[in-house]
Design a protein around this ligand. Sequence first.
Ligand code: GRF
Length: 219
Amino acid sequence: MGKGKALRLGVLVSGQGTNLQALIDGISAGRLSAEITVVISNHPDVPALARAQKANVPSRVFQLKDYEHRVHFDEALAEELSKYKVELVVLAGFMHILSKKFLESFPNRIINIHPSLLPENPAADEVALPDGTTSLVFRGANAVERALHAGVKWTGCSIHFVTPDLDRGPVLKRQAVPILSGDTVDSLHARIQEAEHRILPEAIQEYLIRARNGKLKTS
Ligand code: GRF
């Protein structure tokens, strides 16, 4: 990884793309020394693609239904990302579980945003909250809803490396978010997303400093 150059990002999306937008905005504000080289969506006509287009970022659509096996779909994604010499793959609301082979193509170079607090120790099943209590860890789908219904006062978001164990990769950055009385899944998710939009560009900037200083093994 060369010094001083913008980090080459490939951003995988499936929907709204508000986190993609946070990256576009962070780069144009000079808070993030990166370049989004390509945006790939697994659904056509999603708002994330319009955001890429507006920012003049190349975008591509790859749909699982066009491939006989998942592994061929993953191979096509990896090939496309390599074509753009992507250094860090950002899963920004990408609703598809990637194969082990794909993960091995980008060692320590795939990060995900999870809308819940993950523990510092990836093996733990409880996470400490700012009020001194603990919560179960909500990995996988419907994490916002599960935290809301668990009766805890805090949840949050986490940026973590992707490994074959779902939502158990090392955490890069987290932010706790309060659950307020009267919250619905939508109001809570909106508050979590505000935090995501703040910490995602920060986490990537920190990643790039560590990578440039040789503190991360990326091959
Ligand atoms: C985010 O809330 C993220 O935590 C989850 O998917 C959502 C994507 O939102 N993985 P957007 O497409 O970035 O708006």
